[in-house]
Ligand binder design. Structure first.
Ligand SMILES: Cc1cc2nc3c(=O)[nH]c(=O)nc-3n(C[C@H](O)[C@H](O)[C@H](O)COP(=O)(O)OP(=O)(O)OC[C@H]3O[C@@H](n4cnc5c(N)ncnc54)[C@H](O)[C@@H]3O)c2cc1C
Length: 421
């Protein structure tokens, strides 16, 4: 094969394939799983990722399957409101933020890849093991599930193979296991009536003990939606194996939230209502000093696994895909293209990885929990006017800058440079 070999058919891998197809660069995707099924629970796509998928022609599909999130609201563990911030279009972005089922997103991206690039463009049951770079290309050694070795030659190779990336391990041997935050997460999806208007993401409590995040991920039909929830509890990191399909136990999570009944949401009922509960440790890895070698690079979680704070992992993977395709389409050779891609992406995304370790607006949430351990009626009784003003200013500064930058910046599609997507 010539063209680009993409290792991994997760969000990063399939979006890279769609992005390369959009600029006329030949590619193929392999994944080690036997079958690509709609696994996972909810995921968020920030406006910068929605812009990229919209430019790839998928805006209508996202609107059809996801929920355009209008606001994020923070509460204490009794459901008293601390602050709210608009999201997506309501925050001034030219594109919405979508909350969507990760499996639905992957399935719709994969279907587009197969339709646009052909059925053979994605091969399952092939795991990357190692590769050799030559002056003119890269030769990858893959393994079938039956144990046979397969060699595939390409102009360039993209490791989009997730948190336990074999491509990253090949390029950075001896890195070791992911790093834990001392927080366990249980996740589920529960059908029910929408709360607080149906387009709100809620964050209740604080990571000093327990925190609960919930948001709808399907359009409301007949008064029902699918509510994604994440229950986070501070616990020792005694098991850092991170497997998105690992089942969790109701008995382990429920006691931490047993009396979290708000006027507008019954948290224990929501937790009990999920047919499946998944358990996952909050892990990431240190930012890398460099991602790839001359013809090999990384994208998505393989390059920059991050805590799911600020709902950015999938969105950054989508940006990687688009930027990589841009440089492969516009630079004279793959080696220069991969170097330009890494220059454009590595440092900005490393900053996000490290910022997520500060656990977002945790400082304020902890302050509220400490000062009002039994709840409050008016947030003005808990936080000083200066502290409240700081929250508002910090939000406005970050969001208005981000929205203005996204709305004004050039497209990552070479043909659309010079005009907004
Ligand atoms: C099964 C699954 C479920 C998930 N569910 C959620 C969720 O509910 N909510 C959420 O926020 N995030 C979820 N994530 C993580 C989320 O998809 C990522 O954080 C983000 O979207 C970046 O995606 P990615 O494509 O870089 O990595 P991933 O989504 O992890 O995809 C990596 C892909 O690479 C494949 N792969 C791994 N090793 C090899 C190898 N050696 N050779 C070939 N292929 C290989 C894997 O099978 C996988 O398909 C899930 C990931 C997976 C794999």
């Amino acid at each position: 094969m010539t063209g680009v070999l993409i290792i991994g058919a997760g969000i990063a891998g399939v979006t890279t394939a769609l992005s390369l197809a959009a600029v006329g660069v030949e590619c193929r995707v392999v994944d080690r799983v036997r079958e690509l099924s709609a696994v996972g629970v909810g995921i968020n796509l920030q406006p910068h990722a929605v812009r990229e998928l919209t430019e790839l022609g998928l805006g209508d599909r996202l609107a059809e399957h996801g929920v355009a999130t209008a606001e994020a609201v923070h509460f204490d563990r009794f459901g008293n409101r601390i602050w709210r911030e608009p999201r997506g279009v309501a925050a001034g972005f030219g594109w919405p933020q979508y909350s969507i089922h990760r499996g639905t997103l992957q399935t719709l991206l994969l279907a587009e890849v197969r339709e646009r690039l052909g059925e053979d463009s994605v091969r399952v049951g092939l795991a990357f093991e190692s590769c050799v770079e030559t002056a003119n290309g890269v030769s990858a050694r893959l393994r079938t599930r039956e144990g046979a070795e397969v060699t595939v030659d390409a102009d360039a190779l993209v490791g989009a193979d997730g948190l336990y990336s074999a491509v990253r391990a090949w390029a950075h041997p001896g890195e070791g296991a992911p790093i834990g935050a001392g927080i366990r997460m249980w996740r589920g999806t529960t059908a029910g009536p929408p709360f607080l208007g149906g387009r709100t993401m809620i964050v209740a409590g604080s990571n000093s003990a327990a925190k609960f995040v919930a948001y709808p991920i399907t359009p409301t039909v007949n008064g029902r939606t699918t509510i994604n929830w994440v229950a986070e509890v501070r616990l020792p990191d005694d098991d850092l194996r991170a497997d998105w399909t690992a089942p969790g136990r109701l008995a382990d999570v429920l006691p931490h939230f047993a009396d979290w009944r708000f006027a507008w949401l019954d948290v224990p009922k929501l937790i009990r209502g999920s047919a499946t509960i998944l358990e996952y440790p909050m892990v990431d890895r240190d930012p890398l000093p460099w991602w790839g070698t001359s013809r090999v690079t990384l994208a998505g979680d393989a390059a920059h696994p991050m805590y799911p704070i600020g709902s950015n992992g999938g969105s950054q993977a989508i940006l990687d895909a688009r930027v990589l395709a841009y440089y492969l389409a516009t630079e004279s050779d793959p080696v220069t293209a991969l170097a330009s891609y890494e220059t454009a992406r590595r440092e900005p995304v490393s900053v996000i990885q490290l910022a997520n370790r500060r656990l977002g607006p945790e400082r304020v949430l902890r302050t509220v929990a400490e000062r009002a351990p039994r709840g409050f009626t008016h947030i003005e009784d808990v936080l000083t006017p200066a502290e409240l003003a700081d929250i508002g200013a910090a939000y406005r500064n970050t969001t208005s800058t981000a929205a203005a930058e996204l709305n004004a910046r050039d497209s990552w599609h070479p043909d659309k440079r010079g005009r907004q997507g």
